[in-house]
Structure formats: structure tokens, C-alpha cells
Write a new protein. Structure first.
Lengths: 316, 369
């Protein structure tokens, strides 16, 4: 216990927590969307996330010829970032849809018991993460520094970097766009209808399979962007980071109330801040342990989360 | 094609019928022959006649030991997943508990400095594993389905992270010089030495047989019937007066003891334990083994555990198109999980009751699907 450590670094721990939390929140959206519609924990979503991260790095490496020592600034950096985000979002969306088509849809057709879905999800997750492991020969991949993680300015003595700003604002923009999409658009209405009652929605002329595919696609897009932001923050990518990110994002989703979009944001930020305070208090070794502890305690005592679980609660 | 599949299926069913109708002495002879085969297997004088079965990349006796540990774990997990229908993603945690208990009590590197012999630490390891099963089960078993799975996974990871970070459990440095099981040959050489893996294999094999007898009796008893009832419909079981929570706890505890036993045996053989031995993927491989073999069926779990562990070791040192197959082992089992769940969710050697459950659900396809 190091209470001094917590208070002397309180500001920094908070900003780190918020930036990490913003990334958790983006990934958590994927869990929440799929759970809201299918009541299914898409265990393979963590690998959808690293798909985005890897395709971003590969875009920088193979399309733009950057390596881990390159730096860029100004508009060039923006171009690199935007291109990577596009590629990553598309790649993640494609992988997420592929998982749905290959691993989940056949089970739905056969009316398999819920645990069967979880087992194929684990299978899909392993296949994907091992594919990246083999492609990268289980070595970490370095990447160019496009957005500075050095302090840009200080607020009350707390350093804020350009990367922090980019991550939090990008995440917020994505969340707002998604919220509008789900609540205002025609397709969004379809998604909410399927979430409320899939069979009735099907009788009302909604193509259920197409909506479900769309849900996976949307979750994938968000995870792809999250992958790029993760790269910006961490600067090194290993095939195995998906697992921890997946667990934490899932925790964030449950914390806010799984199936609840705004809950995902709240849960992500809260989890990010909590685990950073815990690492200030007990040492960085215990940071991941805290995330797991939050998950376990939460599932045991308040599985509906803070805001309650519902994608259906949002009325049309 | 379908005609062929039908013929194979008919043939398999005929074997099943024949087996159940065979006189008792025939069955015992066959079982005795199988057991004798497995005792003889690690001897080079025997396995050299078996063609491509022995592994090329590593010592076959060592491989057999690994396989036997997997079989033991699969039998244990089969109780939890197959009989009681509780998806436990943290089963390897109990293996860790068993191995660490032995390590802490026996290793000179431990803070306790007790340095017990292996055999004295073994029962303690089993009891600690059982208690940890109950402790894990008490708060979590109120949850159902996928939440239970995630919580068990969370607990197993917490054990691993705690082992990595805490001073007492030594993290990656681990515990060394864990003693081997006792026993000496007539000429004074220890039975359980460093060079020859065969005695360890024989020890595990013997224990597997004992565990199988126990598990079989348990599953044919009131406890076993309660597990099946819980698996099929927990609410209905509760309404019929089955104390579901108690029996789920039983399943967890029984599985945990077997996992702990496997861990203690592993520690006694390996004589070194650190936190890297307990990755999450191991839990999932054992789950894959149980599902692959046929969860809920003892023979299925044994075949699954044996086959999965054997394939992993068989891949070692085998190259295909310039890639070492061993690199693909996890990917392969991930794919096995998906394919099995879609096309044969009841496993290779299914439990007949469970297969019927799957077939039933398949018929109840709902609107819009």
C-alpha cells in the first residue's frame, strides 16, 4: 500500500486511466452490441480488436514504408493515421463478420445450447490470435511514432499529450456517431427491434441475419479504430495483447451494464481510472489483477452493471 | 457418401450394442488387454513394432507421461463440464493449486522451509485443491452459463497473476528441487529418477485407473444422477427437490481434487514449478479435449485427452511445406472446437443421453431461423 504514491501521481494516473478507458470503451461497444442483440458473449471480439491493430501497423509498414524509427508530424501524420484507421476498421469489420458467419450462424441454425456458442467463440479467438502469432513469429512489432506522447501542455501540473487528446476525442466522436446511428437511423431501429424480440422482428419483415451481421460489422469498425488508438498509445504490438484487452473491455461493458451503449463508455472510463489508481496504490504488477477482481466481484454481485443492461431500453 | 456415413454409423452402433451385450468375462478380458497394452507402451522393446505411432521429436516415455497427465485432467474436467454441465474455463487453476501446494511444502526455495517429502505433501495438495474448489464454487455457482465461465476464467487468471506478482509464490523464478515420489529398486537406485520417465507414467496410469473407478461409481450414484438432472434442466431439477447448489459444489470439488492430483504429480516429476506453467491456453486445451472426445462420457474424455495431448506431441518436429506443425497446434485445436461444436457437438464418443439432448434442440428450431 502506497497511499503517497497514489496522491502524488493522482493527476497523471487519472489521465492515463481516462485514455486507456476510452480504448476499453470502444472495444466494449462490440461486446455490448452483440450481447444486446444475441445474448452472447462474443469471446472472439478481442481478436477483432488486434486485427485492427495489426492491419494499422502493416499499413504503416508496407504501404507507407515506415519503420519503428520513423516519425512524422503535421498533415502527413494525419494522413498516415486516417489511412490506417480506414484499413483497420475495414479489416476488423470483415473479421468480425467472418466470425459471425463461420462460428455463430451455423449454431443458430441448429438451435445449439448457449454454451456451444461460447465454445466456438473461444475456438475462433484462438484460431485468430494464433494466426497473428504465426505471422509475426510470436515477436513484438514496433511502429512509427505518429502522435507525440510527450506532454503538450499542463493542466494544474498534470501533463497532457497530443496522443491523450487524440485518443479521448476520437473515442468520444465514435461513440456519439454510433449512438446517433442506433437511435436515429432506420437500420438502428432494426437493430433495436431485433434486440427487443428477434422472432417478432423477423415476423415484421426484418431480415434478422442481415441485422445480426450488421451488428458484428459495427462492433468490428469500432474495435478497428480502437486498435489504431491502442497502437498510438502503446507503440508496440504483440499477438497476445488481445486477450487482456478483451477481458478488460468485457469488464467495462459489464460494469456499465452490458447491452447498454452509454454504459460501455462509462464502464470503460471507470475501469481505466480504477485500475490505474490501483496500480498507484499497490504497484503496477497488480494492475491487471485489479481488472480481473473488478470483473469477478461485479459478475457475482451486480451482473446488471451500473446503468442496467439493455439495448432495448432505448425506445423508438 | 451418405451411404458410407450411414454404414460407418451403423457399424459403430453395432459395436456399442455388442459391447453392452457381451458376457462379463469378455468385457473384462478386453479391458485387461487394453490396460496391459498401456502399461507395456513406454517400453522400447514393445513400441518399436508400432510403426509411426511413437513420437519422433521427443522421448516417447516422456510424451506418454504428458499424455497421462492430460487424460487425468480431462477426466476431472469431464465431471464439471460433462456431467454437471458447468462450463469451467479456469480448470487449470486447480492444477496450479496442486502443483504450488507441493512446491511450497517441499521445495527448499520455499519460505516455509518445511521441506516435506513428496508423499507427505500429496494429501495436503489434494485437500487444498478441494478447498479451493469449494471456495471458488461457493460464490460463483449461483451464476449460470456464460457468466460462470467468465468468472472461473477470471479466478484462474487471478491465481496466475498473483503467482507471478507475489513474493511467497516466487513468480517466474519459481520453486526448484521439488522432491520426486519415494521408492527404491532392490539395488538402491531410486524408482523415480531424473532420466527414466516410465515409472512416472506407470504411477499416473495406476492413479488414472483408480480415479476412473471412483468417478464411475460416483456417476452411477445419487450424486451422478443429480448432476445429469442439473445439466439437463437446472430449474426442473431444483423443483424436483435436487439440492442443485450442493451438487454443483460437489462437482467442482471432485473436479478440483483430480486437477490438484494431476498438479502434484506434475510437480513431483518436473521438480520445478513457476508461474509460466499455468497459461490460460492450457485450460482451453483440456476443454477442447473433453469436448472433442465427448463430454459426459468417461471413455470419450479419456480418448479426447489422450488424443489431444498425443497430437500436440506428435506435431513436434514434424514439418510440412517448411512450417513446423508444432507452431500450429493451438490454432488446430481452436479450429477443432469450432468444427466439433457445429458438426458433432456430442463429441467423438458421445454420451447417449447428451447426444439426445442436442438432437432434441435441433428439432425445436424457432421462427425466423
Amino acid at each position: 500500500m502506497d497511499i503517497n504514491g497514489l496522491f502524488s501521481n493522482f493527476g497523471e494516473l487519472t489521465t492515463t486511466g481516462l485514455t486507456q478507458g476510452a480504448i476499453y470503451a470502444l472495444v466494449a461497444l462490440g461486446y455490448t452490441l452483440v450481447y444486446g442483440v444475441l445474448r452472447l458473449i462474443n469471446f472472439a471480439h478481442s481478436e477483432v480488436f488486434i486485427t485492427g491493430a495489426f492491419f494499422a501497423v502493416w499499413t504503416w509498414q508496407f504501404v507507407w514504408g515506415l519503420n519503428q524509427d520513423s516519425t512524422a508530424g503535421g498533415l502527413v501524420a494525419v494522413a498516415y493515421l486516417v489511412s490506417a484507421m480506414l484499413v483497420a476498421a475495414v479489416a476488423s469489420a470483415v473479421v468480425a463478420s467472418a466470425v459471425e458467419v463461420v462460428a455463430y450462424r451455423p449454431l443458430r441454425k441448429r438451435n445449439a445450447p448457449p454454451l456451444a456458442f461460447l465454445i466456438t467463440a473461444i475456438g475462433a479467438s484462438i484460431v485468430l490470435s494464433e494466426a497473428y502469432a504465426i505471422l509475426t513469429r510470436r515477436r513484438p512489432t514496433g511502429m512509427p511514432t505518429l502522435v507525440s506522447t510527450e506532454p503538450l501542455f499542463h493542466i494544474g501540473g498534470v501533463p497532457i499529450s497530443a496522443a491523450d487528446l487524440l485518443i479521448v476525442s476520437a473515442a468520444l466522436v465514435m461513440m456519439i456517431v454510433l449512438d446517433i446511428f442506433i437511435n436515429r437511423s432506420r437500420i438502428g431501429r432494426g437493430i433495436r427491434a431485433v434486440a427487443q424480440d428477434a422472432n417478432t422482428a423477423a415476423l415484421m419483415g426484418i431480415n434478422k441475419d442481415r441485422i445480426i451481421l450488421l451488428v458484428f460489422l459495427t462492433g468490428g469498425l469500432m474495435a478497428g479504430i480502437a486498435g489504431v488508438l491502442f497502437n498510438v498509445r502503446i507503440g508496440v504490438l504483440t499477438y497476445s495483447v488481445g486477450f487482456l484487452m478483451g477481458i478488460k473491455a468485457f469488464t467495462a461493458a459489464v460494469l456499465g451494464g452490458i447491452g447498454n451503449l452509454r454504459g460501455a463508455l462509462l464502464g470503460g472510463l471507470l475501469l481505466g481510472v480504477t485500475e490505474n489508481y490501483a496500480s498507484g496504490l499497490f504497484g503496477t504488477n497488480w494492475k491487471d489483477f485489479t481488472a480481473f477482481a473488478v470483473l469477478v466481484v461485479l459478475l457475482m454481485f451486480r451482473p446488471t452493471g451500473l446503468l442496467g443492461e439493455s439495448l432495448r431500453g432505448v425506445r423508438a | 457418401m451418405t451411404a458410407l456415413v450411414a454404414r460407418i454409423r451403423a457399424g459403430r452402433e453395432a459395436i456399442g450394442v455388442r459391447w453392452r451385450q457381451a458376457p462379463r468375462w469378455t468385457r473384462w478380458t478386453v479391458i485387461a488387454a487394453i490396460i496391459a497394452f498401456f502399461y507395456a507402451l513406454p517400453n522400447k522393446e514393445f513400441y518399436q513394432y508400432l510403426g509411426p505411432i511413437p513420437t519422433t521429436g521427443s522421448n516417447f516415455g516422456q510424451v506418454l507421461f504428458t499424455i497421462s497427465i492430460y487424460v487425468l485432467l480431462a477426466v476431472g474436467l469431464n465431471i464439471v463440464v460433462g456431467y454437471a454441465g458447468l462450463l469451467d474455463l479456469g480448470y487449470f487453476g486447480f492444477f496450479a493449486v496442486g502443483a504450488y501446494t507441493v512446491a511450497v511444502l517441499t521445495s527448499p526455495a520455499s519460505d516455509l522451509k518445511t521441506q516435506w517429502p513428496w508423499l507427505m505433501a500429496l494429501p495436503v495438495a489434494l485437500v487444498v485443491a478441494m478447498i479451493s474448489g469449494v471456495l471458488l464454487g461457493m460464490p460463483t455457482l449461483r451464476l449460470r452459463g456464460d457468466y460462470l465461465a467468465i468468472v472461473t476464467l477470471g479466478f484462474a487468471e487471478m491465481i496466475r497473476l498473483a503467482a507471478t506478482s507475489s513474493e511467497f509464490l516466487k513468480g517466474q523464478r519459481g520453486f526448484n528441487q521439488i522432491p520426486h515420489p519415494p521408492g527404491r529398486y532392490a539395488d538402491g537406485r531410486p524408482v523415480f529418477g531424473v532420466l527414466d520417465p516410465r515409472p512416472y507414467y506407470w504411477l499416473v496410469l495406476t492413479l488414472i485407473i483408480l480415479v476412473l473407478i471412483a468417478v464411475r461409481n460416483l456417476s452411477n450414484s445419487r450424486v451422478g444422477r443429480a448432476w445429469v438432472a442439473i445439466r439437463e434442466d437446472e430449474d426442473a431439477a431444483q423443483l424436483m427437490g435436487v439440492p442443485t447448489f450442493k451438487f454443483k459444489l460437489w462437482a467442482f470439488a471432485a473436479g478440483a481434487v483430480i486437477g490438484g492430483l494431476a498438479g502434484a504429480l506434475f510437480a513431483g516429476k518436473q521438480n520445478f514449478v513457476n508461474s509460466q506453467n499455468f497459461e490460460l491456453l492450457n485450460s482451453i486445451i483440456i476443454l477442447a479435449a473433453v469436448i472433442f472426445g465427448g463430454s459426459g462420457n468417461l471413455v470419450g474424455a479419456i480418448v479426447g485427452g489422450g488424443l489431444v495431448a498425443y497430437l500436440i506431441e506428435r506435431f513436434r518436429g514434424v514439418e510440412l511445406f517448411g512450417w513446423e506443425l508444432y507452431e500450429f497446434r493451438f490454432m488446430f485445436f481452436g479450429a477443432v472446437l469450432i468444427i466439433m461444436m457445429i458438426f458433432r457437438p456430442q463429441g467423438l464418443i458421445p454420451n447417449r443421453r447428451r447426444a439426445a439432448e442436442f438432437a432434441d434442440r435441433r428439432r425445436e428450431v424457432t421462427v425466423g431461423q
